[in-house]
Design a protein around this ligand. Structure first.
Ligand code: DCP
Ligand code: MG
Length: 419
């Protein structure tokens, strides 16, 4: 007789947010382990400190980093110059010192703290290594900067056990084994809650949040804990008498929309109720970059020629800036139009040499525009550059990028919609 098996339970969506602990400072402690447990702050310019340390007090010795006596490290009380602290070890945070605090103020709070400059190259190297450790275990990872990522735990072995705690422990261990660094992880039903949860047990902590914890765990938090509610929105909410996420959740969405506009107001209501469907998007190289704009009123190619021309040029300049900022050039230049009856058309043209030059993009996009009917009024105009490569590739094919996969997206700051 065939065995009767229970139907598979549907998997709960489990999303993790992982954030490295005192990242820049922890990277320094790896090469100066004698500083472990001491208050250390990162700030100030250049890396001359290293050189001085290696040569010793009389300037002649060749010392190994890990044997440099603690007394030889520069102290915050002797620091001259302005600037702010980038981060501080947890030992230093006990004195009230932290990110973005002025060096002078920090020196008053904790004069005995050791101060070291940041080594960006080293930080980036460890950033790559810890992210590799993650993707070996859980492949769906979204980069959110040098020291934080989102990870989709849903389908990964261990990602459902104890709400994701089992997988989080495994990832922490793997990162520590490969780098010597600790991190904190929050696991929750979505990115919004995971991001908050990763802060609950810092450093070296794991915290698991379920949908039903909303009222008890999330609602007492201040509104600024929501990723996306910045200082300005926070102040405005405070003026309206809303301090906590729970208070935000209690507001009528229409009232929020009245104060913050349709999209922000509705979004605030959603996040206060812990709702967030945004996927964890694995980064891939963009296939194209585009900018588009919907006009305040429908424009006609002849009657509104000057206005339309200015918008068109501006779009081309923006795409060119996006390309330059992200370090791409492209060969296929295209336009998109949407008419007042909502029909859309696109045209593109491929040029021999890839470009990120606004004038070239404008010229070729102008040629594309000549190939579309322009009798009707227009609602929307867009400019796109595709066939992206990195500039300076000797062979046209050498810099060719892999097309983005199913999750491919244009980098932030560009219009993601392809046309
Ligand atoms: N950073 C920065 N400027 C800031 C804040 C942070 O340059 N105003 C840098 C230094 C941090 C790194 O980014 O080491 C990561 O930022 P976090 O906010 O995650 O801070 P830490 O990792 O240092 O500490 P925590 O343990 O609180 O995550
Ligand atoms: Mg961090």
């Amino acid at each position: 007789m065939a065995a009767v098996t229970a139907p598979d339970k549907p998997l709960l969506r489990r999303i993790a947010h992982l954030d490295m602990d005192a990242f820049y400072a922890s990277v320094e402690l790896l090469r100066y382990p004698q500083l472990k447990g001491l208050p250390v702050v990162i700030g100030g310019g250049r890396r001359r400190v290293d050189e001085l340390l290696l040569r010793g007090p009389d300037g002649t010795q060749e010392r190994e980093r890990r044997f440099i006596p603690v007394e030889d490290f520069p102290l915050l009380k002797d620091y001259v110059g302005r600037g702010v602290i980038t981060t501080a070890t947890y030992a230093a945070r006990q004195f009230g010192v932290g990110s973005a605090m002025g060096m002078m103020k920090a020196a008053r709070l904790c004069p005995q703290a050791i101060v070291l400059p940041v080594d960006f190259e080293e930080v980036r190297r460890f950033s790559r290594t810890f992210k590799e450790a993650i993707t070996e275990i859980a492949p769906v990872m979204q980069d959110r900067g040098v020291d934080e990522v989102y990870i989709d735990f849903t389908d990964v072995p261990g990602g459902q056990r104890e709400g994701g705690r089992v997988l989080a422990r495994l990832i922490q261990k793997s990162i520590f084994d490969k780098t010597g660094l600790t991190c904190s992880i929050g696991v929750a039903p979505n990115r919004l809650l995971a991001k908050m949860a990763s802060e609950f047990n810092k450093p070296n902590g794991i915290s698991v949040v379920y949908a039903e914890d909303l009222q008890e765990t999330i609602w007492p938090l201040g509104v600024r804990k929501v990723n996306g509610i910045g200082p300005k929105a926070g102040e405005k909410l405070a003026r309206l008498g809303i301090e906590t996420i729970g208070q935000l959740a209690a507001q009528d969405p229409q009232w929020l929309i009245g104060h913050f506009g349709k999209s922000t107001g509705a979004w605030m209501h959603r996040v206060a109720w812990g709702r967030d469907d945004s996927p964890v998007v694995t980064e891939s190289e963009p296939v194209s970059m585009s900018r588009e704009t919907t006009f305040d009123r429908d424009l006609h190619a002849v009657h509104d020629r000057a206005e339309l021309g200015a918008i068109f040029t501006d779009l081309c300049q923006r795409v060119a800036q996006d390309l330059q900022r992200k370090g791409y050039v492209g060969r296929t230049i295209g336009i998109k139009l949407r008419y007042d009856d909502f029909r859309s058309v696109t045209r593109d043209q491929t040029i021999p040499d890839p470009t990120h030059d606004p004038a070239t993009i404008r010229r070729v996009a102008g040629l594309c525009l000549k190939r579309v009917p322009l009798e009707r009024r227009l609602r929307l105009l867009g400019v796109r550059v595709g066939g992206l490569t990195r500039p300076g590739a000797e062979h046209p094919d050498e810099g060719r990028l892999q097309p983005a996969g199913a999750h491919g997206s244009a980098p932030a700051g560009t219009t993601a919609e392809l046309f």
